[in-house]
Design a protein around this ligand. Structure first.
Ligand code: AMP
Ligand code: AMP
Length: 341
């Protein structure tokens, strides 16, 4: 334990990851873009014992990785980490890495992800492969669009082409999904590799600009001002779901984990924190539109734990702390390899 350092990139959910690691007795390290260090060191929230500063995360090179290996660091991946590093570089990393690497390609390739979701028996929004077949409201997502940036809604081929040609003439890498009318609910799971148990740690909904404020303007004013809905993520809001929905959410999580073993052909499958991004309709149907195979930023409101973790744990249990506890227990049981990708 004393020799291991928990490390992550300073962004996204790094505060709770590092805080949780300290609570479990680990030393911590943040890799920060120059100018952002103060959030993590003693001038800010004091969650990082050590900082490595870089000009750009894209400059991540062998010497940073050598440094991490020298320090016995275990890297905890999060959304920004994957976005900045890219899947290929993550897969070839030699430093210790918490989580499954095999699942990355299933998550990053849209067709493979959909196969995984379908096999798991999840209810999915219909996908339109040809824009000219759009015959109901759809949401258009450009690949690699970070945090919902650039998504738009259309209800006909004409509307689709109008926005696409005007705003994204050169980008042909997009997915068109049926727009599900309901409320977004993001379910945060933790699958333990040590006990085989699945937990639901919390739920959130996103606070998106301008989707979450457009209702403040009358429909006729929206039309007059030509305001279009956008989905740029700004923050996250905690949610507690109807208790009667919990069995279904547990079943969905279990199926996703079980299927991950089948599709990757490995006993390890998906483990650690993951998220099912869902829309729940007025008929209480749960549509899932994405799997996130790691800690999501929607767990950030729960640094002090959630109503669900309070039921199970006698200390404040964030997702970050849950990760650190799993690593600690793995070390104590001599099973560290089982939680590393
Ligand atoms: P950032 O480091 O905040 O620029 O974010 C890097 C990546 O992480 C972006 O691609 C975002 O999509 C994702 N991200 C950051 N914060 C959140 C959040 N609160 N919810 C969902 N995704 C996020
Ligand atoms: P994503 O970046 O894929 O997590 O999606 C960002 C946001 O787009 C979500 O929080 C929802 O508000 C919205 N969204 C995504 N997919 C759908 C869908 N199929 N139907 C309705 N809204 C969606």
């Amino acid at each position: 334990m004393q020799d291991i350092v928990i490390a992550t990139i300073g962004s996204h959910s790094a505060l709770q990851i590092l805080k949780g690691a300290k609570d479990e007795g680990f030393k911590t390290l943040a890799i920060c873009k120059k100018g952002t260090e103060r959030i993590y060191d003693s001038r800010g929230y004091g969650v990082a014992d050590d900082i490595i500063s870089v000009d750009h995360f894209e400059d991540w090179n062998d010497s940073i990785e050598q440094e991490l290996m020298k320090r016995n660091a275990i890297i905890i991946p999060h959304g920004s980490f994957i976005a900045y590093m890219g899947h290929d570089r993550v897969r070839s990393m030699k430093a210790m890495y918490y989580g499954t690497k095999e699942i990355l390609e299933w998550e990053s390739d849209r067709t493979m992800e959909r196969q995984w979701m379908e096999k798991s028996g999840l209810k999915l929004p219909r996908v339109f492969t040809d824009p000219n077949e759009i015959e109901k409201p759809v949401i258009v997502k450009f690949h690699g669009a970070g945090g919902g940036f650039g998504y738009f809604v259309a209800k006909s081929p004409e509307q689709f082409w109008e926005v696409k040609n005007r705003k994204y003439p050169d980008n042909n890498d997009y997915a068109i999904q049926e727009y599900i009318v309901g409320v977004p609910i993001y379910a945060h799971y933790f699958q333990s590799s040590l006990t085989g148990e699945i937990e639901i740690l919390s739920f959130d909904k996103r606070y998106e600009s301008n989707a979450d404020s457009i209702g403040r303007i009358k429909a006729e004013d929206q039309l007059a001002a030509n305001i279009h809905t956008s989905y740029t993520i700004v923050g996250n809001i905690p949610v507690v779901v109807r208790e009667s929905l919990l069995p279904k959410f547990f079943e969905m999580g279990e199926n996703v984990v079980q299927t991950s073993k089948e599709v990757t052909g490995s006993d390890k499958g998906l483990f650690g924190p993951f998220c099912l991004e869902c829309i729940v309709t007025r008929k209480l149907e749960i549509y899932c539109f994405e799997i996130s195979a790691r800690i999501v930023a929607g767990t950030n409101p729960f640094v002090e734990g959630s109503p669900y973790t309070a039921l199970k744990y006698d200390v404040p249990m964030s997702t970050g702390r849950r990760i650190a506890r799993e690593i600690k227990q793995a070390i104590e049981a001599g099973r560290l390899e089982e939680v590393l990708g």
